[in-house]
Write a protein that binds this ligand. Structure first.
Ligand code: PEP
Ligand code: MN
Length: 354
């Protein structure tokens, strides 16, 4: 249930209402919007009569029921779009809302100091605000490269110091979370762990924003319920990442990039949504076109894999752009971003096509 207050409701009224509702053994969450204050009631409100709540104060505008199973993630609960703020040495990066598009870029895995530093400098010069790179890698085969772990975290920290870029990196195991959260500005929960509920609860209990990738076969409801775990555990800063789902055709692309999920999500959730066309297609040649489509359809940002030498990459080489290809993609994306009113920061916005 959601209690929407009239514009200008005094703080004393809001506090008194919250006390009263809590006195009825209800958990509340107060969201202060530009116009209205909204008090969300969490838990079983089925026996509560709407009129009884409405009568609590003349400052109550309306009482609504959220029918969706995800409450905190729903647009009804939080009508204004969430903007996730990530402080960096180069200023705060904001993801979501109506502001500029944010690009996260970097290798699939952190392989060496030289490669992560070179990639970090290049993606920054092209306009990326956030460096991605896996230290702990979820690999389908136990014989594939598993990531350099802790030493890779140190390299990410060095790349952040050298460039001022924010860092996003994946956590697979709750026991690594503390060390990862020390280095990461955004903690990534990968597709394979989207329904690892103990991990979701743990990332929800720490303060760093969480990038939640969609699982291969997750419905949008399942994905938002996974986000709900993080929100319910106390962390309001969740970014959703569409990275392709498993469908019947894997002949020409690794996954099926579900771009329709972007406008669907925008209509039902306030959380920012970014698109990862690298895992979404699995092939570098399709990354730029799918990035353009993602921007055009309303994504708040992109996550793109970039490697200085994709042919020698230890993971996901076929889908990595070279730094030169990334430069070109960013330049070619800029006019589309401008056209949808969400400019993309690039090093050279006026750069011509190569
Ligand atoms: C990744 O970002 O490198 C990754 C493993 O992604 P996903 O969880 O989407 O497969
Ligand atoms: Mn990858």
């Amino acid at each position: 249930m959601i209690v929407v207050l009239k514009p200008g409701a005094p703080q004393g009224v809001v506090d008194a209402l919250v006390d009263q509702l809590r006195g009825w053994n209800l958990e509340t969450q107060t969201i202060v919007g530009r116009e209205n204050v909204v008090i969300g009631l969490i838990g079983d409100t089925s026996s509560l009569c709407d009129d009884r709540v409405q009568e609590l104060s003349p400052f109550i505008d309306r009482v609504l029921r959220v029918k969706k199973r995800f409450k905190r993630a729903s647009r009804e609960f939080h009508p204004e779009r969430t903007v996730v703020s990530v402080p960096t040495a180069g200023g705060t990066v904001e993801i979501g809302g109506e502001g500029p598009l944010v690009c996260m870029a970097g290798p699939c895995s952190v392989e060496s100091e030289a490669m992560i530093l070179e990639t970090a400098h290049r993606v920054k010069a092209a306009g990326a605000r956030i460096l991605r790179g896996g230290a702990y890698k979820p690999r389908t085969s136990p014989y594939d490269f598993q990531g350099h772990g802790e030493s890779a975290l140190e390299l990410l920290a060095a790349a952040r110091t050298a460039t001022g870029l924010a860092i996003v990196t994946e956590v697979m195991d709750t026991s690594d979370l503390e060390a990862i959260a020390e280095v990461a500005d955004i903690v990534q929960v990968g597709a394979r762990n989207m329904q690892n509920y103990s991990l979701l609860k743990k990332v929800g209990q720490q303060p760093k924003p969480v990038l939640l990738k969609r699982a291969f076969s997750a419905t949008i409801d399942e994905w938002l319920l996974a986000a709900e775990y993080i929100l319910a555990a106390g962390n309001p800063n969740v970014i959703l990442c569409e990275r392709g789902i498993r469908t019947f055709d894997r002949q020409y692309t690794r996954n099926t990039l579900d771009l329709a999920a972007v406008p669907v999500l925008r209509s039902i959730t306030h959380l920012p949504v970014i698109v990862d066309p690298s895992h979404g297609t699995g092939l570098s040649q399709f990354v730029e076109s799918c990035s353009k489509a993602a921007v055009a359809i309303g994504a708040d940002g992109l996550m793109i894999e970039v490697h200085p030498d994709p042919a020698r990459a230890l993971s996901d080489g076929p889908q990595c752009l070279t730094p030169d290809e990334f430069d070109a993609a960013m330049a070619n994306l800029a006019p589309i971003a401008l056209a949808v009113g969400r400019p993309l920061q690039t090093a050279a916005p006026a750069a011509a096509r190569p």
